[in-house]
Write a protein that binds this ligand. Structure first.
Ligand SMILES: Cc1cc2nc3c(=O)[nH]c(=O)nc-3n(C[C@H](O)[C@H](O)[C@H](O)COP(=O)(O)OP(=O)(O)OC[C@H]3O[C@@H](n4cnc5c(N)ncnc54)[C@H](O)[C@@H]3O)c2cc1C
Ligand code: FES
Length: 274
């Protein structure tokens, strides 16, 4: 075993906590080690956040500026509820990473498609894309009003913004994938970046293949070791989300029959994705 692969969490201090919606908070972290600079930070990569005496969980980097690294966390279960309810500014936690492979920045006319906490990596990507002065169209899908976050950011920084909500409280009623044909007819798109619920990404993959557009997707699976050893994050037993991903391009993704169909649980059993 290559021991140089093994990473340990480094101490960080919570510099700021911002509430983005009833269930979403952004934690901005600063290194606890004087003079330490975060390295290899890029959109699409993730870190394992270690909460002492609780657990370590993966989160996409949602921004990085002036050596401050941010993570946008949806309250779902044990760890994320603790993060939302107990963590406060000044607390010390652990950070392992950046891990994995991020987005490859290419194309001139970009379509960002996000849903749920998929907006987290796309926010950081958006901040990098605007530095390159690219044409950016954002398509964001939410269930209902309490699920909406980062709207002002995408509104301000995209050339064009499309919103869908399932209950019709904002934007077009329905799912964001319902808008793909319309957006494609109205715009010249040469690159799609997508992160969100897997059934949504399945539709975007089919659309990208049908229209021959380059697309990159950020996948989510249960992360065990985070360094490519345990195989719990694998699709088809070969693509390990923790080191081969989480970002994957459409050509490689269409070869993985587990995508949209099956995932491994914490104990390694294969279950159907609902
Ligand atoms: C590469 C990667 C990047 C990620 N980036 C982000 C991010 O930027 N922001 C973010 O909020 N989350 C992100 N996640 C998901 C995040 O890791 C989980 O939400 C977190 O592990 C949940 O931990 P918990 O202890 O709170 O929940 P647990 O107590 O482990 O789970 C509680 C319940 O929620 C279910 N559950 C767990 N995770 C999810 C999920 N993702 N969706 C739906 N149900 C779930 C479990 O099955 C269980 O029933 C990412 C995951 C991966 C693999
Ligand atoms: S989490 Fe262990 S191999 Fe990916």
């Amino acid at each position: 075993m290559n021991l140089s692969k093994i990473k340990i969490p480094k101490p960080v201090i919570i510099k700021e906590i911002e509430k983005n919606s009833p269930y979403v908070k952004t934690f901005t972290l600063q290194s606890y080690i004087k003079g330490h600079k975060f390295e290899n930070v890029a959109p699409g990569k993730f870190c394992n956040i270690w909460i002492p005496n609780l657990d370590m969980k993966p989160f996409s980097i949602s921004d990085f500026e002036n050596n401050l690294i941010s993570f946008t966390v949806k309250k779902i279960g044990k760890t994320t509820t603790y993060m939302h309810e107990k963590l406060k500014k000044g607390d010390k936690i652990g950070l392992m990473g950046p891990l994995g492979k991020g987005f490859n920045i290419q194309g001139k006319n970009i379509l960002l498609i996000g849903g749920g906490f998929g907006l987290a990596p796309l926010r950081y990507l958006l901040n990098e894309l605007i530095k390159k002065k690219l044409n950016i169209i954002s398509l964001l899908g939410f269930k209902s009003e309490p699920d909406i976050f980062f709207l002002e950011i995408f509104e301000k920084k995209s050339n064009n913004l499309h919103i869908t909500t399932e209950d019709g409280c904002m934007g077009e009623q329905g799912r964001c994938t319902d808008q793909l044909d319309y957006i494609f007819e109205e715009n010249k798109i040469d690159q799609i970046y997508c992160c969100g619920p897997e059934p949504m990404m399945v539709k975007v993959l089919a659309f990208a293949i049908e229209h021959n557009i380059n697309a990159q997707f950020s996948l989510e699976r249960y992360i065990g070791c985070g360094i490519g050893l345990c195989g719990k994050c694998a699709l088809n037993g070969k693509f390990r989300v923790c080191i081969d991903g989480p970002v994957i391009n459409s050509l490689n993704l269409k070869e993985l029959s587990d995508f949209g169909e099956f995932k491994l649980t914490k104990n390694g059993s294969k279950i159907k994705i609902e």
